[in-house]
Design a protein around this ligand. Structure first.
Ligand code: SF4
Length: 233
């Protein structure tokens, strides 16, 4: 399977231009839990990312705000709560039992290994930061990449379910491609400085147009380069 354009760098620029002309990024940020996390404190971004797993932005924002009402969003603030209290606060985000256990456990790990300061992990040049993050509970490659991207440590395109679907339909990767294959391909296609924007725009496109069931291909602004669109008829 090959994408319907030869030059990958040009493809990235083309996709960004097309999607940017369609979606207002401000809207994405407005509705995002990351806005509530303030974008600056890595621990808050990590909590926001975990709350957003398998959840909607709206539900994750509600859960985040509930948590803020009962504690500081810091490792010490969360570690001192019992799991049931955390679970009750974050219920709107779903999977609250496992997320509450993970939040408490990773808070304790950050306290014991990094003096309660996640930025000490992120600044440690002697370790594989991404691997270390992925050793924390509920932190897989996507959560790790979202955190590293938002903190300006790694310029990459974290792959969520929307991005995975679009990459496969466009023909950028085979349908059986895994997380790392897709991320590598998208990192080849998008310039480092465009990768955050690409991540946000592709998610928006997956939500609005390239839906899992019944994608709205006729309305799609990038359909001229789409493998799925070309060969489905
Ligand atoms: S043409 Fe259809 S399948 Fe292709 S990216 Fe657009 S909505 Fe998705």
């Amino acid at each position: 399977m090959s994408i319907l354009i030869d030059n990958e760098g040009k493809l990235g620029e083309w996709l960004i231009e097309k999607l940017r002309s369609t979606y207002n990024q401000a809207y994405f940020y407005f509705s995002s839990v990351f806005k509530d996390s303030g974008y600056k404190d890595p621990f808050k971004i990590l909590v926001a990312t975990i709350l957003s797993q398998n959840s909607t932005d709206k539900a994750a924002v509600t859960a985040y705000r509930n948590l803020e009402k009962i504690t500081d969003i810091t490792p010490c603030g969360i570690a001192r709560l019992n799991v049931r209290t955390i679970s009750s606060a974050i219920r709107p985000a779903g999977l609250n039992k496992s997320k509450s256990k993970a939040l408490k456990k990773l808070s304790k790990i950050i306290i014991s290994k990094y003096d309660g300061d996640l930025s000490k992990l992120l600044k440690n040049k002697n370790i594989d930061i991404r691997k270390e993050l992925m050793s924390l509970p509920n932190v897989g490659p996507k959560t790790s990449d979202v955190l590293l991207l938002n903190c300006g440590i790694l310029k990459t395109v974290p792959v969520d379910t929307h991005i995975s679907r679009i990459a496969k339909r466009l023909g950028l990767v085979p349908y059986n491609a895994g997380y790392e294959d897709i991320r590598r391909k998208l990192d080849q296609i998008f310039n480092p400085d465009d990768r955050h924007t690409a991540h946000l725009l592709l998610i928006m496109h997956g939500r609005k147009i390239c839906k899992a069931k019944n994608p709205l291909c006729e309305k799609c602004i990038i359909n001229e380069k789409c493998h799925y669109y070309k060969y489905r008829r």
